[in-house]
Design a protein around this ligand. Structure first.
Ligand code: GLN
Length: 273
């Protein structure tokens, strides 16, 4: 049964066997390891129907993270839903770079814009318990997931706010602002493959830069002196992001590559340093 499922799944997945095992585990409400300890168990009809239903969802291209309901980020299991982007491993670079800027004992204010499942905010909150993290998202459904993630991990140093980019925090100043905004071009063919994820978390206008353009302007007013802005973007957007940040008066603009060697995060400062 697993073999047959894996063969079918190979049409949509690079990890077909693993997906089949996880889905089978889900259909009997057991971890994958149970399958190896009980290779001769036979599924009852109800479990077999559940397995087929899960298989169909995956065959229609639904990501494993949405079927299972979780995805690991920064070594923590986070809840995800179709209201949130699925956290990507390359986004851990953004966390790493932010942590490099924030001393261990710092009691800083940190802002995560477009928090989605809360992945970045939660990673930073867990590593810097004395910092206050503010996490903003425009989607109430995403914020509900993010809040639940923070609650399950017992992180009390994050505040979640609903609103568009900096709108809920215009009267405040932050030492660090991070964002993984939508940055895919509206006509990018990749969007078809990503169709199960929220379009507003992925696509951002004709050149994919609408959100980053807005952030370059808006974040200028909410950063403390010498504060740093860290933005994730697409590999080909390196030069465009640098020019539009420079045009908005940002200095010390530096790009950082992810583990695949792709330009992925640009850092910039206001004034000083
Ligand atoms: N890195 C994602 C992708 O291309 C896009 C995420 C985003 O737009 N923030 O799959």
């Amino acid at each position: 049964m697993l073999g047959r499922a894996a063969t079918k799944l190979a049409e949509v997945s690079d990890s077909a066997r693993l997906d089949a095992e996880i889905l089978l585990g889900l259909s009997i409400d057991m971890p994958r390891s149970y399958l190896f300890a009980h290779p001769d168990d036979v599924l009852d009809d109800a479990a077999s129907d559940r397995f087929d239903a899960l298989l169909q969802r995956r065959l229609h291209g639904e990501p494993m993270a949405y079927i299972v309901g979780t995805r690991e980020f920064w070594s923590r299991e986070l809840l995800v839903s179709p209201a949130t982007l699925i956290p990507r491993p390359e986004t851990e670079l953004l966390v790493e770079l932010a942590l490099r800027e924030i001393p261990r004992k710092a009691e800083w204010s940190i802002l995560d814009l477009g928090t989605g499942s809360g992945a970045i905010a939660i990673a930073l909150a867990g590593e810097r318990l004395l910092c206050e993290i503010c996490a903003v998202d425009n989607s109430r459904a995403a914020l509900a997931i993010a809040r639940e993630n923070a609650r399950q991990l017992s992180l009390g140093n994050i505040t979640f706010l609903e609103g568009s980019w900096t709108q809920p925090v215009r009267d405040r100043k932050f030492d660090v602002v991070v964002a993984n905004p939508p940055y895919v071009r509206a006509d990018d063919e990749a969007l078809a493959r990503l169709r199960h994820e929220p379009l507003e978390a992925l696509a951002s206008g004709e050149d994919g830069l609408d959100a980053i353009r807005a952030l370059a302007v808006e974040c200028a007013d909410i950063l403390a002196d010498d504060g740093i802005l860290l933005l994730e973007h697409g590999a080909e957007q390196l030069d465009d992001v640098a020019s539009l940040l420079a045009a908005s008066g940002w200095t010390d603009i530096r790009n950082h590559r992810d583990f695949s060697g792709h330009p992925r995060v640009t850092a910039a400062r206001r004034g000083g340093k």
